[in-house]
Design a binder for this molecule. Structure first.
Ligand code: ACM
Length: 747
């Protein structure tokens, strides 16, 4: 049979197949996946051989200054070495797409072909990473590569904290290294205006500086301030220098000029632009402020003047005009706004915001440019040519794509690099949330809810680096660079290969650390995954264990599959990964109680963003952090009442039940309005209830204690009433409050 098949196929086909099998197994047997390249290239084919090239020389190619800089160290080595060196042969090939390239390292030649100068630079960047992470002799490898998404961006907020020209350039170098092609520069805010506008000198004198800054987290009350003047701005020359620097790296710069909200700094300089007349002060703490630009002719004329200068400085087609988080109180109160609404047939202040954005769009379009806005610009009607940046979730992006508008996805859940990246109690203070490396890596920027024809409107995705809690550039690196690598792969390559990515990440992380760059490294932190609330006690397994390693309990008794807690005594357990790369131990303080033996039901289920290890998280005998609500312990419910029941197979004697809630009003998290508990047992039903006025928080945690003396209890039922709509004047006004619950301790 085999013989027959062989005779039917011609010999050439067979040898091609054999060669292919060899090539595929060679690719699989590579020690360093993708020869260290991040983001993962689309096609990597290695023939298993090494080229004779042991050095790179300048050759005859014309390099840009940037390219010369990144290869300088190799060029120098090549000149001083007797080993065989090669130049790099570049060719622009119009059959390639704009960002597509081909890198071919053969026995004695290195060729890069691509559709544009940008493609060639991407090929060169891949070559650089092969040299750095694989080294000489180079593999005889063929790479053909192009991105899955056309827009790959990183953002930087320079308003909450200001970064020097040198630091912004470092950021651009990092972006280029991971093939990002957009830099979203957040230049104006309540806390500071950072772009020189020559027509309005008070923006430089007044709006660029705040008198002091909040110390600690916004949720730490009472607020304390540092008493130190803070600020700065970029001059026209500095902006031109940065734009040129970006351009040389094929990065387009999108300036963001916020309107109508987040405008307090501008109002402090020009109070006539607010509805209330002022005086206003550049904000000294974080959040959303009621004072915003008033939609008058005077404001439009001012903003048009600003846009004129912005256009003269930024050559890219797009200008971001914000549009997010604009409270409408000052407009509701204003007779001027009522007049404008009447004159323009606008039925509410959402339509007034839409009118504002549309007017600015018209002005910007007339100058040959286009606008981008945060997803709030959908409210009250989208401006005709606007691109939407979807940040509050993916819903805004889905709606905009369905309305045939271009979309950049940047949902807080995956793209906000100001969120915590680790659950370790040692992490520096961050705004909140929990977005570890792995979550970023597995993000799919293109919502599966969209039909094929709608998906083309998803231009790409972006990570945002808001800097309320990021004072220094070193800290920007810490928050952004590790996750930025994962994001680059999520945006570039549709196929996920996390285990391979981690191997490359280790090399990149070591490289950057060696360069004095503060790239976070949490990949050897093991993460607990609890199984609880199923009536069978508490069991823990571990996630993110490096390949070939296992988790050891401090007494050396973890089984392969995990660890079951004894339900008898309070105990502190330490787990660590064996081998050379020991992690910091994972500490779990386990406090057994009757809840840990119960079967739990929760209705509705927690939000997917804050679902811990599922409903059982609140009866696993482990208490969530007193400071952070992300992670495996706290469960978050958005705008909803929650019903929880705990059942026991055998009736229990219960004396006390304690519920725990998180309070972080700055993060839209409120204590419940009411909590009640029904005790179902041999003696019928007993009801216990507490209302809002009796639910008090000391700092961020509130506990409710129900003292009871009940025998033979088979079920506890809880109804926990959500606070409801967040009131005017507070952060997140108008949205449904979040409710966060952690351990329900039953004793
Ligand atoms: C945003 O985070 N306010 C866009």
């Amino acid at each position: 049979m085999i013989y027959n098949m062989y005779t039917k196929l011609n010999q050439k086909t067979v040898s091609t197949i054999i060669l292919l099998i060899v090539a595929v197994s060679m690719v699989i047997s590579q020690k360093i996946p993708d020869f260290g390249i991040i983001p993962k290239p689309e096609i990597v084919q290695w023939n298993g051989k090494y080229s004779e090239i042991h050095n790179i020389n300048k050759g005859t190619t014309t390099f840009s200054q940037y390219e010369k800089n990144i290869f300088e160290e190799f060029f120098a080595k090549a000149e001083n070495s007797s080993s065989k060196s090669a130049g790099i042969l570049f060719d622009i090939d119009e059959t390639f797409q704009d960002e597509e390239y081909e890198l071919n390292i053969s026995k004695s030649e290195i060729r890069i072909n691509g559709g544009s100068r940008k493609s060639l630079q991407y090929g060169l960047t891949s070559l650089l990473q092969i040299i750095r992470f694989h080294g000489f002799p180079l593999p005889e490898v063929y790479i053909r590569d192009k991105p899955a998404l056309r827009y790959r961006g990183m953002h930087l907020d320079v308003c909450r904290h200001f970064f020097s020209v040198k630091e912004v350039k470092k950021y651009l170098d990092y972006l280029a290294y991971y093939k990002y092609n957009h830099f979203h520069w957040h230049l104006t805010e309540d806390q500071g205006w950072r772009i020189e506008i020559k027509k309005y000198p008070k923006l430089q004198e007044i709006a660029a500086y705040r008198k002091e800054t909040l110390i600690g987290h916004y949720s730490d009350k009472p607020h304390k301030f540092d008493g130190q003047k803070y600020g700065g701005y970029y001059t026209h020359d500095e902006i031109r220098e940065i734009v040129a620097y970006a351009s040389e790296r094929h990065i387009s710069v999108i300036p963001e000029i916020e309107m109508p909200g987040h405008a307090l700094a501008a109002l402090a300089a020009y109070p006539e632009l607010g509805c209330g007349g002022g005086p206003y002060e550049v904000a000294t703490k974080w959040g959303v402020f009621e004072d915003v630009f008033c939609p008058t002719e005077e404001t439009f004329s001012f903003l048009e003047g600003v846009i004129d200068e912005v256009i003269s400085l930024f050559p890219y087609q797009y200008i971001h005009i914000g549009g997010d988080e604009c409270p409408k109180e000052s407009w509701e109160k204003s007779a001027v706004c009522r007049d404008i609404m009447k004159k323009n047939g606008l039925k509410d202040t959402h339509e007034l915001q839409s009118y504002f954005i549309k007017r600015m769009e018209q002005y910007i379009n007339a100058k040959g440019r286009k606008i981008i806005g945060w997803d709030e610009i959908l409210e009250g009607g989208l401006a005709p040519n606007a691109t939407v940046m979807s940040w509050r979730g993916k819903e805004g992006g889905i709606q905009a794509a369905r309305e045939k508008h271009d979309v950049i996805m940047t949902p807080g859940s995956h793209c906000y690099f100001d969120y915590y990246q680790s659950e370790s109690p040692d992490e520096p203070v961050a705004i909140g949330g929990y977005t570890p490396l792995k979550k970023v890596y597995h993000w799919n920027p293109v919502p599966t809810e969209l039909k094929e024809a709608e998906k083309k409107y998803i231009w790409g995705g972006q990570a945002n680096v808001w800097t309320e809690y990021i004072k220094t550039f070193d800290h920007v690196e810490y928050m952004a660079y590790a996750r930025g690598m994962a994001m680059s792969e999520a945006l570039w390559h549709a196929q996920k290969a996390y285990a391979e990515f981690l191997k490359k990440f280790v090399l990149h992380q070591e490289y950057w650390s060696g360069q004095g760059v503060n790239v976070a490294n949490h990949i050897f932190e093991i993460k607990p995954v609890f199984e609880s609330g199923n009536g069978k006690g508490v069991f823990v397994q571990f996630d993110d264990i490096p390949e070939g390693k296992k988790v050891i309990h401090q007494y050396g008794d973890t089984s392969e599959s995990g660890f079951r807690f004894s339900l008898v005594e309070k105990c502190s357990h330490q787990f660590f990964v064996d081998g050379k790369n020991k992690s910091k131990p994972l500490q779990i303080v386990f406090h057994p109680h009757l809840g840990a033996r119960s079967l739990i039901k929760i209705d509705p289920l927690p939000s997917a963003k804050y679902s811990g290890n599922g409903p059982g998280s609140v009866v696993n005998g482990v208490s969530g952090s007193d400071h952070k609500y992300g992670g495996t312990e706290w469960l978050g419910f958005e705008g909803k009442d929650v019903r929880i029941s705990l059942d026991w197979e055998k009736p229990q004697k219960i004396s006390k039940v304690t519920l725990r809630f998180f309070k972080g009003e700055g993060q839209w998290i409120y204590l419940p309005r009411m909590a009640e508990m029904k005790i179902l047992g041999k003696n019928g039903i007993l009801l216990k209830k507490v209302s809002n006025k009796d639910i008090q928080a000391e700092s961020k945690i509130a506990t409710i204690v129900f003292e009871v003396d009940a025998q033979e209890v088979s079920t506890l039922q809880f109804l926990i009433q959500n606070y409801g709509v967040i009131p005017n004047g507070a952060q997140g006004a108008g949205h449904g409050a979040w409710l966060f619950i952690d351990e329900i301790v039953v004793e």
